[in-house]
Design a protein around this ligand. Structure first.
Ligand code: ADP
Length: 186
């Protein structure tokens, strides 16, 4: 059984947390945790490529790559979402390799590139918190702070909904706890 979704109002926008599968989200854009070669892979990126169909990899190959801490946008092809944002988070190396700034930047660039395409609703996975090894509680804090900061400092952007889709109960609980601490009660 999935935990109850949580929501926080940030100005005219909203940050939501749900437990689920990102490829099933009916939002304007979903974000995948890509590698810098945009070569596809396992984890959430494998699920997104599988659900979008082979044209997604062709689109990624045409772009060619994306530096760590940045993001690029493609169509969603067979997905319910119009767009896929390919965000490249850092590999966790213990915390002293600029990981926090790079992860925050991956979220910020994802939101910026989405807003450039008039995206109103976007869904994120826990970038870097799988194979890339970023501790889930710290990844959650960075993700929530970066999103809140973007919404507060860009109130005129198209973005009205930022949803975090946590794949399992444990990551949902960790994100929910971080959201209470970072975003307060709502
Ligand atoms: P990274 O390489 O950036 O760490 P991963 O794909 O390994 O990316 O994992 C990022 C997070 O996405 C992990 O918490 C993982 O459990 C989660 N995840 C995997 N598949 C999905 C999915 N279909 N929907 C949402 N989250 C997913």
């Amino acid at each position: 059984m999935a935990d109850e979704p949580k929501a926080y109002e940030i100005g005219h926008s909203r940050i939501e947390l749900v437990q689920g599968d990102i490829v099933e989200q009916k939002v304007d854009a979903i974000v995948t945790a890509a590698n810098s070669a945009l070569a596809g892979g396992g984890g959430v990126d494998g699920a997104v490529h599988w659900a979008a169909g082979p044209e997604l990899l062709d689109a990624c190959e045409r772009i060619g790559g994306c530096p760590t801490g940045s993001a690029v946008l493609t169509p969603g092809f067979d997905l319910p979402s119009k767009h896929v944002v390919h965000a490249v988070g850092p590999i966790w190396e213990g915390g002293d390799a600029n990981e926090e700034a790079l992860l925050a930047s991956a979220y910020r660039r994802s939101l910026q590139v989405a807003a450039e395409h008039d995206v109103r609703s976007i869904a994120f996975p826990a970038i870097s918190a799988g194979v890339y090894g970023y501790p889930m509680d710290e990844a959650a804090r960075v993700a929530l702070r970066a999103s809140e900061h973007y919404l507060r400092t860009n109130p005129g952007s198209s973005l009205r909904l930022v949803r975090f889709v946590l794949f399992d109960a444990r990551s949902f609980v960790v994100f929910a706890r971080a959201a209470e601490a970072e975003l307060g009660k709502a």
